[in-house]
Design a protein around this ligand. Structure first.
Ligand SMILES: *Cc1c(COP(=O)(O)O)cnc(C)c1O
Length: 465
Protein backbone atom coordinates (compact mmCIF):
# COMPACT_ATOMS: atom_id res chain seq x y z
CA UNK A 1 0.00 0.00 0.00
CA UNK A 2 1.34 3.43 0.68
CA UNK A 3 0.41 4.50 -2.83
CA UNK A 4 -1.94 7.07 -1.38
CA UNK A 5 0.55 8.76 0.88
CA UNK A 6 3.50 10.75 -0.24
CA UNK A 7 5.89 9.99 2.59
CA UNK A 8 6.54 6.31 2.06
CA UNK A 9 10.24 6.99 1.84
CA UNK A 10 10.41 7.85 5.54
CA UNK A 11 11.84 5.23 7.83
CA UNK A 12 9.34 3.63 10.19
CA UNK A 13 10.20 1.91 13.42
CA UNK A 14 10.89 -1.69 12.40
CA UNK A 15 11.14 -2.81 16.02
CA UNK A 16 7.67 -1.58 16.78
CA UNK A 17 6.18 -3.43 13.80
CA UNK A 18 7.84 -6.66 14.87
CA UNK A 19 6.65 -6.25 18.45
CA UNK A 20 3.15 -5.69 17.21
CA UNK A 21 3.10 -8.94 15.22
CA UNK A 22 4.65 -10.91 18.10
CA UNK A 23 2.07 -9.57 20.56
CA UNK A 24 -0.74 -10.45 18.16
CA UNK A 25 0.51 -14.01 17.63
CA UNK A 26 0.86 -14.53 21.39
CA UNK A 27 -2.63 -13.17 21.96
CA UNK A 28 -4.25 -15.47 19.38
CA UNK A 29 -2.55 -18.49 20.92
CA UNK A 30 -3.52 -17.44 24.45
CA UNK A 31 -7.11 -16.78 23.37
CA UNK A 32 -7.34 -20.39 22.19
CA UNK A 33 -5.54 -21.76 25.26
CA UNK A 34 -7.71 -19.76 27.64
CA UNK A 35 -10.94 -20.74 25.87
CA UNK A 36 -11.96 -17.32 24.57
CA UNK A 37 -11.83 -18.92 21.12
CA UNK A 38 -13.00 -22.42 20.33
CA UNK A 39 -15.76 -24.50 18.78
CA UNK A 40 -18.41 -22.83 20.94
CA UNK A 41 -17.03 -19.28 20.65
CA UNK A 42 -15.83 -19.24 17.07
CA UNK A 43 -15.16 -15.51 16.67
CA UNK A 44 -13.64 -12.78 18.84
CA UNK A 45 -12.31 -9.28 18.45
CA UNK A 46 -8.95 -8.66 20.15
CA UNK A 47 -7.50 -5.27 21.07
CA UNK A 48 -3.80 -4.68 21.75
CA UNK A 49 -3.79 -2.41 24.79
CA UNK A 50 -0.04 -1.68 24.56
CA UNK A 51 -0.45 -0.72 20.92
CA UNK A 52 -3.32 1.68 21.69
CA UNK A 53 -1.25 3.34 24.43
CA UNK A 54 1.70 3.64 22.03
CA UNK A 55 -0.38 5.30 19.33
CA UNK A 56 -1.91 7.74 21.83
CA UNK A 57 1.57 8.66 23.08
CA UNK A 58 2.85 9.03 19.50
CA UNK A 59 -0.01 11.36 18.64
CA UNK A 60 0.62 13.60 21.62
CA UNK A 61 4.38 13.62 21.11
CA UNK A 62 4.02 14.42 17.40
CA UNK A 63 2.07 17.62 18.05
CA UNK A 64 4.06 18.53 21.17
CA UNK A 65 7.15 18.50 18.97
CA UNK A 66 5.80 21.14 16.59
CA UNK A 67 3.63 23.43 18.77
CA UNK A 68 4.85 26.44 20.73
CA UNK A 69 5.16 25.66 24.46
CA UNK A 70 1.90 26.21 26.32
CA UNK A 71 -0.35 25.86 23.26
CA UNK A 72 -3.61 24.19 24.30
CA UNK A 73 -4.05 21.01 22.24
CA UNK A 74 -7.01 18.65 22.54
CA UNK A 75 -6.74 15.37 20.70
CA UNK A 76 -10.37 14.26 20.47
CA UNK A 77 -10.67 10.63 19.36
CA UNK A 78 -13.43 10.23 16.75
CA UNK A 79 -15.67 7.91 18.75
CA UNK A 80 -17.31 6.54 15.62
CA UNK A 81 -14.07 4.71 14.77
CA UNK A 82 -14.26 2.46 17.86
CA UNK A 83 -17.38 3.16 19.91
CA UNK A 84 -16.46 1.09 22.96
CA UNK A 85 -16.57 2.57 26.46
CA UNK A 86 -13.44 0.80 27.81
CA UNK A 87 -11.47 2.01 24.79
CA UNK A 88 -12.60 5.59 25.38
CA UNK A 89 -11.58 5.26 29.03
CA UNK A 90 -8.17 3.85 28.08
CA UNK A 91 -7.66 6.76 25.71
CA UNK A 92 -8.81 9.22 28.36
CA UNK A 93 -6.14 7.82 30.70
CA UNK A 94 -3.67 8.39 27.85
CA UNK A 95 -4.69 12.06 27.59
CA UNK A 96 -7.06 11.77 24.63
CA UNK A 97 -10.55 13.31 24.51
CA UNK A 98 -13.57 12.45 22.37
CA UNK A 99 -15.19 13.73 19.19
CA UNK A 100 -18.84 12.66 19.15
CA UNK A 101 -21.43 12.87 16.39
CA UNK A 102 -24.66 11.50 17.85
CA UNK A 103 -26.51 11.24 21.16
CA UNK A 104 -25.28 7.64 21.40
CA UNK A 105 -21.63 8.60 20.98
CA UNK A 106 -22.00 11.39 23.53
CA UNK A 107 -23.51 8.89 25.96
CA UNK A 108 -20.53 6.56 25.42
CA UNK A 109 -18.05 9.37 26.03
CA UNK A 110 -19.83 10.36 29.21
CA UNK A 111 -19.98 6.75 30.36
CA UNK A 112 -16.21 6.59 29.86
CA UNK A 113 -15.80 9.58 32.15
CA UNK A 114 -14.86 12.18 29.58
CA UNK A 115 -15.57 15.74 30.71
CA UNK A 116 -17.29 18.37 28.56
CA UNK A 117 -13.94 20.13 28.14
CA UNK A 118 -12.52 16.93 26.62
CA UNK A 119 -15.45 16.53 24.23
CA UNK A 120 -16.33 17.98 20.82
CA UNK A 121 -19.71 17.54 19.10
CA UNK A 122 -19.76 17.45 15.31
CA UNK A 123 -22.46 15.94 13.19
CA UNK A 124 -24.38 16.99 10.13
CA UNK A 125 -27.84 16.43 11.67
CA UNK A 126 -27.97 17.70 15.24
CA UNK A 127 -31.47 18.14 16.64
CA UNK A 128 -32.46 21.13 18.77
CA UNK A 129 -32.46 18.85 21.82
CA UNK A 130 -28.89 17.69 21.13
CA UNK A 131 -27.70 21.24 20.71
CA UNK A 132 -29.45 22.33 23.90
CA UNK A 133 -27.84 19.51 25.88
CA UNK A 134 -24.37 20.20 24.47
CA UNK A 135 -24.60 23.90 25.28
CA UNK A 136 -25.95 23.18 28.75
CA UNK A 137 -23.04 20.84 29.42
CA UNK A 138 -20.45 23.21 27.94
CA UNK A 139 -19.37 20.81 25.18
CA UNK A 140 -17.69 22.33 22.13
CA UNK A 141 -19.98 22.38 19.09
CA UNK A 142 -19.12 22.94 15.46
CA UNK A 143 -22.12 24.20 13.51
CA UNK A 144 -22.45 22.44 10.19
CA UNK A 145 -24.57 24.97 8.30
CA UNK A 146 -26.49 28.27 8.54
CA UNK A 147 -29.69 26.61 9.75
CA UNK A 148 -27.82 24.99 12.62
CA UNK A 149 -26.21 28.32 13.48
CA UNK A 150 -29.74 29.81 13.68
CA UNK A 151 -30.62 27.18 16.27
CA UNK A 152 -27.47 27.96 18.25
CA UNK A 153 -28.32 31.68 18.07
CA UNK A 154 -31.68 30.97 19.68
CA UNK A 155 -30.06 28.94 22.45
CA UNK A 156 -27.44 31.63 23.07
CA UNK A 157 -30.19 34.23 23.37
CA UNK A 158 -31.97 32.11 25.98
CA UNK A 159 -28.97 31.79 28.29
CA UNK A 160 -25.19 31.80 28.56
CA UNK A 161 -23.10 28.74 27.68
CA UNK A 162 -19.49 27.82 28.30
CA UNK A 163 -19.37 25.83 25.07
CA UNK A 164 -16.62 26.75 22.64
CA UNK A 165 -18.49 27.25 19.36
CA UNK A 166 -17.32 27.10 15.79
CA UNK A 167 -18.39 26.61 12.21
CA UNK A 168 -17.41 23.65 10.08
CA UNK A 169 -16.21 24.61 6.65
CA UNK A 170 -15.51 22.50 3.59
CA UNK A 171 -12.54 23.91 1.69
CA UNK A 172 -13.67 21.83 -1.35
CA UNK A 173 -10.13 20.79 -2.13
CA UNK A 174 -11.24 17.55 -3.76
CA UNK A 175 -11.50 13.88 -2.88
CA UNK A 176 -9.20 10.91 -2.63
CA UNK A 177 -9.28 7.38 -3.93
CA UNK A 178 -12.38 6.36 -1.92
CA UNK A 179 -15.51 8.40 -2.61
CA UNK A 180 -17.37 7.31 0.53
CA UNK A 181 -14.66 8.70 2.84
CA UNK A 182 -13.86 11.86 0.88
CA UNK A 183 -15.21 14.78 2.92
CA UNK A 184 -13.90 17.78 1.00
CA UNK A 185 -15.35 17.29 -2.46
CA UNK A 186 -17.24 20.13 -4.17
CA UNK A 187 -20.59 18.55 -3.29
CA UNK A 188 -19.76 16.99 0.11
CA UNK A 189 -22.67 17.04 2.54
CA UNK A 190 -20.43 18.37 5.34
CA UNK A 191 -19.93 21.94 6.48
CA UNK A 192 -20.21 25.25 4.68
CA UNK A 193 -18.97 24.84 1.10
CA UNK A 194 -16.37 27.60 1.12
CA UNK A 195 -15.89 28.05 -2.61
CA UNK A 196 -19.59 28.34 -3.38
CA UNK A 197 -20.71 31.84 -4.40
CA UNK A 198 -21.20 34.06 -1.36
CA UNK A 199 -20.11 31.43 1.16
CA UNK A 200 -16.89 33.08 2.29
CA UNK A 201 -18.67 36.39 2.78
CA UNK A 202 -21.39 34.62 4.76
CA UNK A 203 -18.78 33.04 7.05
CA UNK A 204 -17.07 36.40 7.63
CA UNK A 205 -20.39 38.00 8.53
CA UNK A 206 -21.36 35.07 10.79
CA UNK A 207 -18.24 35.67 12.92
CA UNK A 208 -18.63 39.45 12.85
CA UNK A 209 -22.19 39.14 14.16
CA UNK A 210 -21.35 36.60 16.87
CA UNK A 211 -18.46 37.47 19.20
CA UNK A 212 -18.93 34.07 20.86
CA UNK A 213 -17.96 32.15 17.70
CA UNK A 214 -14.34 31.38 18.53
CA UNK A 215 -13.47 28.20 16.68
CA UNK A 216 -13.13 27.11 13.08
CA UNK A 217 -13.40 23.48 12.02
CA UNK A 218 -12.62 21.41 8.94
CA UNK A 219 -12.17 17.66 8.51
CA UNK A 220 -10.86 17.20 5.01
CA UNK A 221 -9.27 13.81 5.04
CA UNK A 222 -9.97 10.17 5.60
CA UNK A 223 -8.84 6.86 4.21
CA UNK A 224 -7.65 7.29 0.63
CA UNK A 225 -6.73 11.00 0.89
CA UNK A 226 -3.08 11.89 0.19
CA UNK A 227 -1.33 13.77 3.00
CA UNK A 228 -0.54 16.70 0.74
CA UNK A 229 -4.26 17.21 0.12
CA UNK A 230 -4.99 16.99 3.86
CA UNK A 231 -2.32 19.61 4.52
CA UNK A 232 -3.89 21.81 1.86
CA UNK A 233 -7.25 21.54 3.63
CA UNK A 234 -5.66 22.57 6.93
CA UNK A 235 -3.77 25.42 5.23
CA UNK A 236 -6.98 26.79 3.69
CA UNK A 237 -8.78 26.57 7.02
CA UNK A 238 -5.94 28.41 8.74
CA UNK A 239 -5.96 31.08 6.01
CA UNK A 240 -9.67 31.59 6.57
CA UNK A 241 -9.18 31.97 10.34
CA UNK A 242 -6.47 34.55 9.68
CA UNK A 243 -8.74 36.40 7.26
CA UNK A 244 -11.63 36.44 9.75
CA UNK A 245 -9.46 37.69 12.63
CA UNK A 246 -7.85 40.33 10.39
CA UNK A 247 -11.25 41.43 9.14
CA UNK A 248 -12.53 41.75 12.71
CA UNK A 249 -9.36 43.37 14.00
CA UNK A 250 -9.25 40.99 16.96
CA UNK A 251 -8.20 37.35 17.55
CA UNK A 252 -11.79 36.14 17.88
CA UNK A 253 -11.01 32.69 16.51
CA UNK A 254 -8.73 31.28 19.17
CA UNK A 255 -8.85 27.58 18.30
CA UNK A 256 -8.67 25.69 15.02
CA UNK A 257 -10.05 22.16 14.81
CA UNK A 258 -8.16 20.41 12.03
CA UNK A 259 -10.22 17.20 12.05
CA UNK A 260 -8.78 13.73 11.69
CA UNK A 261 -8.46 11.47 8.71
CA UNK A 262 -4.88 10.26 8.75
CA UNK A 263 -4.90 7.27 6.38
CA UNK A 264 -3.91 3.83 7.66
CA UNK A 265 -1.57 1.36 5.98
CA UNK A 266 -3.55 -1.88 5.60
CA UNK A 267 -0.73 -3.57 3.68
CA UNK A 268 1.75 -4.44 6.43
CA UNK A 269 2.39 -4.07 10.16
CA UNK A 270 4.09 -0.72 9.59
CA UNK A 271 2.48 2.49 10.80
CA UNK A 272 2.62 4.68 7.70
CA UNK A 273 2.20 7.56 7.56
CA UNK A 274 3.01 8.36 11.19
CA UNK A 275 1.60 11.18 13.30
CA UNK A 276 5.12 12.61 13.46
CA UNK A 277 5.28 12.77 9.67
CA UNK A 278 1.90 14.46 9.43
CA UNK A 279 2.62 16.97 12.20
CA UNK A 280 5.96 17.83 10.62
CA UNK A 281 4.35 18.25 7.19
CA UNK A 282 1.69 20.53 8.68
CA UNK A 283 4.23 22.59 10.59
CA UNK A 284 6.15 23.16 7.36
CA UNK A 285 3.05 23.86 5.26
CA UNK A 286 1.22 26.00 7.86
CA UNK A 287 3.81 27.31 10.36
CA UNK A 288 1.48 30.02 11.70
CA UNK A 289 -0.90 27.38 13.00
CA UNK A 290 1.70 26.23 15.51
CA UNK A 291 3.16 29.51 16.75
CA UNK A 292 0.97 29.65 19.84
CA UNK A 293 -1.71 32.08 18.62
CA UNK A 294 -4.22 29.28 18.15
CA UNK A 295 -5.26 26.39 20.32
CA UNK A 296 -5.58 23.15 18.38
CA UNK A 297 -8.12 20.34 18.26
CA UNK A 298 -7.54 17.14 16.31
CA UNK A 299 -10.07 14.38 15.64
CA UNK A 300 -8.20 11.24 14.62
CA UNK A 301 -10.14 7.99 14.54
CA UNK A 302 -8.95 5.18 12.30
CA UNK A 303 -5.26 5.96 12.71
CA UNK A 304 -5.42 5.61 16.51
CA UNK A 305 -7.11 2.22 16.64
CA UNK A 306 -7.03 0.35 13.32
CA UNK A 307 -3.72 -1.42 13.75
CA UNK A 308 -4.50 -2.56 17.28
CA UNK A 309 -7.50 -4.73 16.50
CA UNK A 310 -7.71 -8.28 15.18
CA UNK A 311 -10.75 -10.38 14.32
CA UNK A 312 -10.06 -14.07 14.85
CA UNK A 313 -12.52 -16.61 13.46
CA UNK A 314 -12.58 -20.38 13.45
CA UNK A 315 -12.65 -22.25 10.16
CA UNK A 316 -15.88 -24.22 10.50
CA UNK A 317 -15.49 -26.03 7.18
CA UNK A 318 -12.83 -26.18 4.51
CA UNK A 319 -14.12 -27.07 1.08
CA UNK A 320 -13.31 -26.70 -2.57
CA UNK A 321 -15.39 -25.21 -5.37
CA UNK A 322 -14.47 -24.89 -9.02
CA UNK A 323 -10.97 -25.95 -8.14
CA UNK A 324 -10.54 -23.25 -5.49
CA UNK A 325 -10.20 -23.99 -1.77
CA UNK A 326 -12.73 -22.10 0.34
CA UNK A 327 -12.37 -21.70 4.11
CA UNK A 328 -15.80 -21.05 5.61
CA UNK A 329 -15.18 -18.99 8.76
CA UNK A 330 -17.31 -17.11 11.28
CA UNK A 331 -16.08 -13.66 10.23
CA UNK A 332 -17.77 -12.02 7.30
CA UNK A 333 -20.06 -9.14 6.50
CA UNK A 334 -21.26 -8.77 10.11
CA UNK A 335 -17.80 -7.64 11.28
CA UNK A 336 -16.12 -6.54 8.05
CA UNK A 337 -18.98 -4.81 6.27
CA UNK A 338 -16.96 -2.39 4.16
CA UNK A 339 -14.49 -5.04 3.08
CA UNK A 340 -17.19 -7.46 2.02
CA UNK A 341 -19.28 -4.93 0.11
CA UNK A 342 -16.43 -2.85 -1.36
CA UNK A 343 -13.46 -5.23 -1.39
CA UNK A 344 -11.45 -3.19 -3.87
CA UNK A 345 -11.29 -0.17 -1.54
CA UNK A 346 -10.99 -1.99 1.78
CA UNK A 347 -8.73 -5.06 1.43
CA UNK A 348 -7.66 -6.67 4.71
CA UNK A 349 -4.61 -8.78 5.46
CA UNK A 350 -5.48 -12.29 6.59
CA UNK A 351 -3.22 -14.35 8.86
CA UNK A 352 -3.59 -18.12 9.16
CA UNK A 353 -3.35 -19.90 12.53
CA UNK A 354 -3.69 -23.59 13.33
CA UNK A 355 -6.20 -25.12 15.72
CA UNK A 356 -3.95 -24.31 18.69
CA UNK A 357 -3.66 -20.68 17.64
CA UNK A 358 -0.08 -20.99 16.33
CA UNK A 359 0.91 -19.26 13.07
CA UNK A 360 0.42 -21.74 10.25
CA UNK A 361 3.42 -22.78 8.24
CA UNK A 362 3.28 -24.28 4.78
CA UNK A 363 3.26 -23.20 1.18
CA UNK A 364 0.89 -20.48 0.09
CA UNK A 365 -2.26 -21.69 -1.61
CA UNK A 366 -4.65 -19.40 -3.44
CA UNK A 367 -7.95 -19.65 -1.58
CA UNK A 368 -11.08 -17.78 -0.58
CA UNK A 369 -11.73 -16.88 3.05
CA UNK A 370 -15.49 -16.75 3.41
CA UNK A 371 -17.82 -15.53 6.13
CA UNK A 372 -20.92 -17.18 7.59
CA UNK A 373 -23.59 -15.02 5.93
CA UNK A 374 -25.97 -16.42 3.35
CA UNK A 375 -24.92 -14.57 0.23
CA UNK A 376 -22.16 -15.53 -2.11
CA UNK A 377 -20.25 -12.26 -1.84
CA UNK A 378 -19.63 -12.74 1.88
CA UNK A 379 -15.85 -13.07 1.49
CA UNK A 380 -13.18 -11.64 3.78
CA UNK A 381 -10.64 -12.28 1.05
CA UNK A 382 -10.90 -13.66 -2.46
CA UNK A 383 -8.16 -15.63 -4.22
CA UNK A 384 -5.68 -14.86 -1.44
CA UNK A 385 -2.36 -16.76 -1.21
CA UNK A 386 -2.03 -18.13 2.34
CA UNK A 387 -1.02 -21.37 4.03
CA UNK A 388 -4.00 -23.66 3.36
CA UNK A 389 -6.72 -23.09 5.95
CA UNK A 390 -8.21 -26.35 7.20
CA UNK A 391 -11.16 -27.24 9.37
CA UNK A 392 -10.54 -26.15 12.98
CA UNK A 393 -7.87 -23.60 12.04
CA UNK A 394 -8.29 -19.88 12.66
CA UNK A 395 -8.26 -17.01 10.19
CA UNK A 396 -7.42 -13.55 11.49
CA UNK A 397 -8.41 -10.30 9.80
CA UNK A 398 -5.72 -7.78 10.74
CA UNK A 399 -5.87 -4.01 11.33
CA UNK A 400 -9.55 -4.22 12.27
CA UNK A 401 -9.51 -2.08 15.42
CA UNK A 402 -11.46 0.77 13.80
CA UNK A 403 -14.69 0.60 11.78
CA UNK A 404 -14.77 -3.21 11.86
CA UNK A 405 -15.72 -5.42 14.80
CA UNK A 406 -17.06 -2.51 16.79
CA UNK A 407 -19.45 -1.77 13.89
CA UNK A 408 -21.64 -4.82 13.92
CA UNK A 409 -24.01 -5.32 11.02
CA UNK A 410 -26.83 -7.66 11.99
CA UNK A 411 -27.07 -9.63 8.74
CA UNK A 412 -28.51 -13.12 9.33
CA UNK A 413 -28.99 -12.11 12.99
CA UNK A 414 -25.36 -13.08 13.54
CA UNK A 415 -24.37 -12.32 17.13
CA UNK A 416 -22.02 -9.47 18.00
CA UNK A 417 -18.78 -11.19 18.99
CA UNK A 418 -17.09 -10.68 22.32
CA UNK A 419 -14.24 -8.17 22.35
CA UNK A 420 -11.25 -8.58 24.65
CA UNK A 421 -8.27 -6.38 25.33
CA UNK A 422 -4.92 -8.08 25.81
CA UNK A 423 -1.61 -7.17 27.43
CA UNK A 424 1.35 -9.01 28.96
CA UNK A 425 0.20 -10.79 32.10
CA UNK A 426 2.07 -11.23 35.33
CA UNK A 427 4.51 -14.11 35.05
CA UNK A 428 4.86 -13.89 31.28
CA UNK A 429 1.55 -15.00 29.80
CA UNK A 430 -1.11 -12.94 28.09
CA UNK A 431 -3.85 -11.35 30.20
CA UNK A 432 -7.27 -10.55 28.75
CA UNK A 433 -9.93 -8.11 29.89
CA UNK A 434 -13.50 -8.03 28.63
CA UNK A 435 -14.32 -4.99 26.53
CA UNK A 436 -17.72 -6.25 25.35
CA UNK A 437 -19.40 -9.56 26.11
CA UNK A 438 -20.68 -11.64 23.19
CA UNK A 439 -24.29 -10.91 22.33
CA UNK A 440 -26.71 -13.58 23.61
CA UNK A 441 -29.60 -15.10 21.69
CA UNK A 442 -32.04 -13.54 24.17
CA UNK A 443 -30.57 -10.14 23.35
CA UNK A 444 -30.94 -10.78 19.63
CA UNK A 445 -34.61 -11.71 20.11
CA UNK A 446 -35.22 -8.68 22.32
CA UNK A 447 -33.59 -6.32 19.83
CA UNK A 448 -35.64 -7.85 17.04
CA UNK A 449 -39.06 -7.04 18.47
CA UNK A 450 -39.34 -10.09 20.73
CA UNK A 451 -41.49 -8.18 23.20
CA UNK A 452 -43.97 -7.37 20.44
CA UNK A 453 -44.34 -10.83 18.92
CA UNK A 454 -48.11 -10.62 18.34
CA UNK A 455 -48.31 -6.91 17.64
CA UNK A 456 -48.94 -7.21 13.91
CA UNK A 457 -51.44 -10.06 14.01
CA UNK A 458 -54.22 -7.98 15.54
CA UNK A 459 -53.45 -4.70 13.81
CA UNK A 460 -56.28 -3.72 11.49
CA UNK A 461 -58.46 -6.75 12.25
CA UNK A 462 -60.96 -4.73 14.24
CA UNK A 463 -61.14 -1.81 11.86
CA UNK A 464 -64.51 -1.29 10.20
CA UNK A 465 -64.46 -1.29 6.39
C1 LIG B 1 -15.05 10.41 10.91
C2 LIG B 1 -14.59 11.73 11.39
C3 LIG B 1 -13.33 11.87 11.97
C4 LIG B 1 -12.34 10.72 12.04
O1 LIG B 1 -11.92 10.30 10.80
P1 LIG B 1 -10.80 9.15 10.67
O2 LIG B 1 -10.64 8.95 9.21
O3 LIG B 1 -11.33 7.95 11.38
O4 LIG B 1 -9.58 9.68 11.35
C5 LIG B 1 -12.98 13.10 12.46
N1 LIG B 1 -13.81 14.16 12.38
C6 LIG B 1 -15.03 14.07 11.83
C7 LIG B 1 -15.90 15.27 11.79
C8 LIG B 1 -15.46 12.86 11.31
O5 LIG B 1 -16.66 12.77 10.74
Amino acid sequence: MGADNDLTGDVVDIGQQGDRAVRRDEAVRAAVEQGLLGPDSPIVGLLDVCGIRESAAELRAAFDAVTAPGTPVLHAFAVKATPLVPVLRLLREAGIGAEVASPGELALARAAGLTPRQTVLDSPAKTPAELREALALGIAVNADNPQELDRIDALMRSGPSRSPLGIRVNPQIGGGSIGATSTATATSKFGVALRDPGAREWVLRAYADRPWLNRLHAHTGSQGIPLSLMAQGVAETYALAEEINRHLGRPQIDTIDIGGGLPVNFGSDATAPTYAQYARLLSEAVPGLFDGRYGLVTEFGRSLLAKHGTIVARVEYAKSAGGRPVAVTHAGVQVATRTVYVPGSWPLRIAAYDGKGRPKAGADVVQDVAGPACFSGDLLAEARALPLLEQGDYAAALDTGAYYFAHHYAYNSLARPGIYGFAPGEGGGVAFATVRTPQTLDEIVAESGGAHAASLTTLGTTARP
